[in-house]
Design a protein around this ligand. Structure first.
Ligand code: ATP
Ligand code: MG
Length: 687
């Protein structure tokens, strides 16, 4: 990629080397490309790779930027560049110079769970919700660069005062433990550079040029840190889009964009207007939506790609139907465009929990996928437990499944016993299950241990028999519930989780899994377009067999060619040829929690999220909304998001989904047939 691949505005940004530069432009206009090209430019005018820092928003974005940079400037230079997030740069600064603040080189970094436990301790509470709310409040204060004393002085009410007091004790504990939390990774380097001239001088010498991607999502402390790093020389380039600011809830502030020209009067501001990502249909919808927000930096965005396919609106009857439709769409695009790959597709949603149903549908269709930036439903330990049991029913010689099932929940069979069993099975080239009933095993195990193992073995054999005869959804579900009761799985979750809410949520996952498996046992009756069908019946064991195949798909992790499932937040900066935007409903997007008042500012942030989602798509976009949706395990009427109306799809004509069209035609035919039958009957009566 050479500079010839840049337009004049991008070139101006790349060539502006003396003094600060801000590129402010809409989605897909090549801002990130400006950063990588500018790195190459800086190297060509004599900067050394280790003196150039590029700051990205996520670790993943850092990796990608490093790959792009290596491609451009070669492996060696690419490796030496300082490409990191604000947080990882903070770690580096603290490791090298934290001693000024009394921090040892080997300080530890607390994750969210650690923080909660220190907070419980500091605040003298066992209540998880209280600790969680302190965590939020303290984090927001830290992101606004407030100390515990300042927080106490500014506290508005008793709750805030209590949190400020806890914050003070929390900080004392962190100091004693030689530990820092995530927010300290920015706050402490800032304090260090502000207080110690020598350290500041050193870092300003080291990072001679700084580039920042996704600048709109920096918070107040990150901005101050940036100012300290670039110093008076102010050699930096920031790129961003105020319309894509989506981390306000984490303290990011658009003020940073407004401050920049004030703090750096010599700032060169460069707008970019050409979008190189999306078709005009997609871009128009995006512009229409964001047009409802107040404008900070007015922008025009156009694309040369032509109109492209109209945006598809999917109206689904429920979450599962939505997932089926999304999968069908992927399959149909794959079938019609042979060069398309799985990795050309992304399904985007507002909240992590929405991923599960898509995962299940994709597995059923044997389409490889990865859940990006969140945990896959099938990777959750409770689901892995149940899968191990199902795998063992299908194939008793599956040793890993055997080991997991026999120990989850614990049934008094200890490690030593299992160690003996494992040695025995290796020696005689048997599976562990086969070894259970071997005569000669008696010689190595106590009769108590043996009894436990035999009991387990018999239970599995019995369960297999019952699974073979449990046909249809109802029976399949009943058997699974019986089995979970037999093994005391719910209690096991309650015992192994400190936090009851988490345990309940995990049990909820188990119930979801049971429903999913049971449904596949068939026998469900549905009526669509006047035609009644019954799904084919299978035994639970047969279903377990197919599920085992589907589950092994998960093990092919290293595979790159996968459909991506990700939240809108984590999709920032990325692009795919085909995107499905799921769950575009009031309450989901814009997201609204139970007790929340939707302020205009909140709606505006959600609208920016919608804008981010739409603008991830390059060629086709499907927006899907639920006519009915689940809310706390109940089905409620789904209201299409206001953002769908704001897209003004009628301007370009909505493309009707072929299946939707077929369904509509069927319904019309059925209605006609009914009407003519009624007319005939009436005629007969009269005649
Ligand atoms: P976002 O706001 O979503 O982060 P962005 O402004 O950073 O988007 P890029 O990701 O840099 O945009 O670019 C979008 C797409 O356009 C990429 O596929 C990129 O390779 C391509 N692109 C950028 N500039 C040009 C150009 N001058 N000519 C052709 N393609 C370009
Ligand atoms: Mg970008």
């Amino acid at each position: 990629m050479s500079e010839a691949m840049l337009n004049p505005a991008q070139l101006a940004a790349v060539h502006h080397l003396e003094g600060p530069c801000l590129v402010i432009a809409g989605a897909g206009s090549g801002k990130t490309r400006v950063i990588t090209q500018k790195i190459a430019k800086l190297l060509s005018v004599g900067y050394r790779p280790k003196n150039i820092a590029a700051i990205t928003f996520t670790n993943k974005a850092s990796q990608e930027m490093r790959e792009r940079a290596k491609h451009l400037v070669g492996n060696k230079a690419g490796q030496e560049l300082v490409i990191s997030t604000f947080h990882s740069l903070g770690v580096r600064i603290l490791r090298e110079d934290g001693r000024h603040l009394g921090l040892k080189e080997q300080f530890s970094i607390l994750d969210s769970d650690d923080v909660l436990s220190v907070l419980r301790d500091a605040g003298g509470t066992t209540d998880a919700a209280t600790a969680k709310s302190w965590q939020w409040t303290i984090s927001l204060w830290k992101n606004q660069n407030l100390s515990a004393q300042q927080a106490l002085a500014y506290a508005k009410d008793d709750n805030e005062r209590a949190a400020a007091v806890v914050m003070q004790r929390y900080q004392e504990r962190l100091t004693a433990y030689q530990a820092v939390d995530f927010d300290d990774l920015i706050g402490m380097p800032l304090k260090l550079l502000q207080t110690f001239d020598e350290a500041r001088g050193k870092w300003q010498e080291t990072l001679r040029y700084v580039l920042v991607d996704e600048y709109q999502d920096t918070n107040a402390v990150q901005y101050e840190l940036l100012k300290c790093l670039v110093g008076e020389r102010a050699m930096f380039t920031a790129v961003g889009d105020d319309d894509q600011s989506i981390y306000g809830w984490r303290g990011a502030t658009i003020e940073n964009l407004k401050k920049l020209p004030v703090d750096f009067p010599q700032l060169k501001i460069i707008p970019l207007e050409q979008n190189y990502r999306s078709t005009s249909a997609i871009l128009r919808a995006a512009n229409n939506v964001i047009g409802s927000n107040p404008k900070l930096f007015p922008k025009t965005l156009w694309s040369e790609f032509g109109e492209g396919d109209p945006i598809t609106l999917i109206e689904a009857d429920g979450e599962e139907h939505e997932a089926e439709r999304a999968v069908a769409r992927i399959q149909s695009i794959l079938a019609n465009h042979p060069t398309t790959k799985f990795s050309d597709f992304a399904i985007l949603y507002r909240a992590n929990h929405q991923a599960r149903i898509f995962e299940q549908a994709l597995r059923r269709a044997e389409i490889p996928y990865k859940v990006s930036g969140g945990q896959s439903f099938f990777d959750k330990s409770e689901i892995k437990d149940l899968c191990a049991w199902l795998r063992l029913l299908v194939n008793q010689d599956d040793d890993p499944a055997f080991l997991r099932a026999v120990t989850t929940p614990k049934r008094g069979i200890g490690h030593q016993t299992l160690g003996h069993l494992s040695d025995f099975s290796t020696k005689w080239k048997l599976s562990m299950f086969e070894s259970l009933f071997a005569e000669s095993l008696k010689a190595t195990l106590s009769s108590k241990a043996l009894h436990g193992l035999h009991e387990f073995g018999r239970y599995i054999v019995d369960l297999e028999y019952r699974a073979r005869h449990a046909v249809g959804a109802e029976e399949g579900k009943a058997l699974m519930m019986e089995w979970l009761k037999d093994i005391g799985y719910e209690q096991h979750l309650m015992d192994s989780e400190e936090n009851e809410k988490v345990a309940v949520a995990r049990w909820g996952n188990v119930l979801d899994f049971v429903d999913w498996v049971a449904k596949r046992c068939g026998g469900e009756i549905s009526t669509e377009g006047g035609i009644t069908t019954e799904s084919p019946r299978q035994s639970l064991l047969e279903v377990a067999q197919t599920i085992s195949v589907i589950l092994s798909l998960a093990e092919r992790k290293e595979e790159q060619d996968q459909v991506v499932l990700t939240t809108l937040h984590a999709s920032k900066g990325l692009e795919w040829p085909h995107v499905v935007l799921a769950g575009v409903n009031e309450g989901l997007l814009p997201f609204k929690s139970e007790d929340e008042d939707m302020t205009p500012a909140r709606v505006e942030e959600e609208r920016r999220l919608m804008y981010v989602g739409i603008t991830r798509a390059r060629r086709t976009l499907a927006v899907s909304t639920l006519r009915r949706r689940k809310k706390n395990r109940e089905t409620v009427v789904g209201i299409p998001s206001r953002f769908i109306a704001e897209m003004k799809l009628h301007e370009s004509g909505i493309k009707e989904d072929p299946r939707e069209k077929l369904k509509r035609m069927r319904e019309q035919l059925a209605a006609k047939a009914e009407a003519s039958a009624a007319a005939q009957a009436a005629a007969k009566k009269l005649g």
